[in-house]
Design a protein around this ligand. Sequence first.
Ligand code: DCT
Ligand code: MG
Length: 435
Amino acid sequence: LLDISWFTESMHSGHPVQILDRHRLQEEEQSDSEAAVFTMPSYACQRRTTMDNKNPILTDALSLLAENAELSNQDGRGVAFRRAAAVLKALPEAVTSMKQLKGLPCLGGHSQRVIKDILENGASDEVQSLRQSERYQALKVLTGIFGVGAKTADRWIRDGIHTLQQLRESGHTLTRTQQAGLEHYEDLNMPVSKAEADDISKIVEVVVDSVLPGSQVALTGGFRRGKQTGHDVDFLITHPEEGKEEGLMTKVVSLLDSKGFLLYQQMTRNSYVESEDAPALASFHMDRFERCFSIFKLPKDREESLKQLGSLYPKPAGGVCDGRAGEVLHRETSQSQGSHSEVQEEVKEPKSWRAIRVDLVVSPFSQFAFAQLGWTGSKLFERELRRWAGQEKRMSLNSHALYDSKQGKYLQATSEEEIFTHLGLEFIPPSERNA
Ligand code: DCT
Ligand code: MG
């Protein structure tokens, strides 16, 4: 059931093929008769979706429609387009004909029209004109500011604000987050590379280890799924002795700050209490970990990061920590020095650092597997896991726990594999959760 199966179909549908070139028409008929009809299970968490997307033109178009719906506060339509895009991302081959799609779930009439347009004409007029529309472009620019959501952007657009310049001149009062977002707009809208994420990992590891030796720092989010770029870097922090993680975030953030690594930070406390967070409540799906939304100031020169870490690196002799994270940073620094300075010369970037969005989350050890599963994503994969749990298993899943309504109890887990087993799903590794 879980594998994407496909079989060849020899039936002709008799629909006219709108391609004028006779040679291509013949080819098309031939390939149509041989083209595989795809099938797949309907929940994204039952499918394996790698980064190797065979249908990027179709999925980009559907993702743009999804994004536009989300930015217009039409979440239902947004999810429908996301589900359609996710189905195409999981296909083993490029789609060549509409007939191949008739066994697939989640492809509504609107999505099918868009796919048909692209297969027949190479592009969708609807998507093209949306991409060029003033409103969509303004929504993109304004929600590109860290701290600005769809509702705020919509209000500003109704006030005639479409650009950053207009926003700056408007005299609108901005929150502290939005001020930071506007100040670092260019950097924050430049994709974060895996190399940058690794540099930040090492800094966070050294700092966390010096605050609480034995803590574990895990890179999560898109980078854990094998993405080569992301819009931010997500970390999950825990300590094997339950309770030791309490108060860790404040210390880590203040040490990062004192070492000059933070341009902005906003912490939220852990407010999860199992007995108060009934699965029946809508708030059950909220994340309640100790969390920090930050803007990291990453030196472009790794030597500079080491200097900033100062006495934390290498750890003083006789310290509790073994300095492992520091050694890793040092080794990679000496290896990559040459190429790094070359890149700097080429780009002639006067700024010696770059602003990067970093999310830190601290989880108690007993909830770590749930936190890992909940923070690895993709967003649609997470949504589908929760939908599967509720609709198919009468269970409630969030980033802290799994509750079984039939048995009336919480199900414990120490690994992601165990959670998939509780849910009656085949284990899908992070690299195949790119729905
Ligand atoms: N998440 C979720 N639902 C949300 C937001 C986030 O389930 N509404 C989870 C899944 C991914 C993880 O949190 C991190 O979120 P992002 O950083 O936004 O996603 P990402 O997959 O890491 O994407 P990017 O590579 O762009 O950072
Ligand atoms: Mg991310």
